[in-house]
Design a protein around this ligand. Structure first.
Ligand code: FUB
Length: 326
């Protein structure tokens, strides 16, 4: 008996230190989808009929109010209602050249490898930077793919005077196989990536988007490319459309209003089993939720006949299990 108690205590301690060490399942009860921990900056990947949801782990303890994110989390689902939480796949400390701050990120697959572009604080070059980790499957384990940052703040001086403009990477592989990295705060940047996905293949270019704050996300529907992004502060999500990944981008308006009780909104847009979904975060968990203890939500996204997107309706009900299997 004593031995069992000791083992239980030991696993509890390991769980606290290392985070989840095995899969655990839960069922979403509307929005927010994840309620047992705070999750922010969703990015989603659809692979083999499954959604992989990646999010930063908001860990700032109340009553403090600042960003405290040390790791990213991964969840998977076949229907957006029944979810599996997997062991922590990546931490800011896995990038030896970084000093923390697991801000927004995105995972993309190329040739059977999974590349995870992340925002972290650089330990030697002042400001935020972008790193890339790689794994053989969507759940990891992921490891630093370069041993150095892909983008650092000193690569974009001249556009803004802030040190946090190199954040929020989003990646796109175009129909001809050319990959692109978009990112930014205050100024939206983009560059081509080499086939190896871990080196730039062009100079850094800029895109001027009305009231751009941060959080670019690229997706395509039919012939149209969409560049959605956070604008203003508190943030709304706006978007531009183009017939080419290289622009010109035409601004089309607001897609999502301010998300409840959160200054930030941070969207990901995916098509899954024939439907389109808008994934974002709000601060809606009662009492302690807010701008620094955020929660991921999912709602349906609809298009108009001319390709523009209908303004999102944020709901408490979220997605019903039959919807994602229609
Ligand atoms: O979570 C930290 C930062 O807040 C993200 O990088 C931004 O997109 C905003 O959501």
């Amino acid at each position: 008996m004593k031995r069992i108690k000791l083992l239980l205590l030991l696993s509890f301690v390991i769980f606290q230190i290392k985070g989840a060490v095995q899969d655990s399942i839960f069922r979403a009860d509307g929005n927010p989808v994840i309620r047992h921990k705070y999750t922010a900056d969703p990015a989603a990947l659809v692979h083999n009929n499954k959604v992989y949801l990646y999010a930063g782990h908001d860990e700032c303890p109340p009553p403090h109010n600042h960003y405290l994110l040390n790791e990213w989390l991964v969840f998977s689902s076949d229907n957006l209602v029944e979810w599996t939480e997997h062991p922590v796949p990546l931490k800011a400390s896995d990038f030896k050249w970084a000093k923390g701050e697991a801000w927004a990120s995105q995972v993309i697959e190329r040739n059977g490898k999974f590349y995870w572009y992340v925002t972290v604080e650089h330990n030697a070059i002042q400001g935020k930077s972008i790193g890339v980790a790689v794994a053989d499957n969507p759940l990891g384990p992921y490891k630093d793919a370069r041993g150095s940052a892909l983008i650092t703040n000193d690569m974009t001086t001249g556009y803004t005077s802030i040190s946090w403009d190199d954040i929020d990477p989003t990646v796109w592989i175009d129909d001809d196989g050319q990959a692109y990295l978009f990112w930014g705060n205050t100024q939206c940047y983009y560059a081509r990536l080499k086939d190896n996905m871990i080196e730039l293949d062009s100079p850094i270019m800029t895109i001027d988007l009305p009231n751009f704050t941060e959080a670019p996300w690229i997706h395509k529907h039919g012939e149209w490319y969409y560049l959605s992004y956070a604008q203003y502060f508190p943030e709304k999500i706006g978007y531009s459309m183009s017939k080419s990944i290289n622009g010109p981008w035409e601004y089309k308006g607001i897609l999502n209003e301010i998300a409840g009780n959160s200054n930030t909104n941070h969207q990901a847009i995916i098509q899954f089993k024939g439907q389109w979904y808008f994934i974002y975060h709000n601060g809606a968990i009662p009492t302690q939720g807010g701008s620094f203890r955020r929660s991921v939500c999912i709602d349906r996204l609809y298009y108009n006949e001319d390709g523009t997107m209908q303004r999102l309706q944020m709901t408490s009900e979220g997605i019903a299990s039959n919807e994602a299997n229609e």
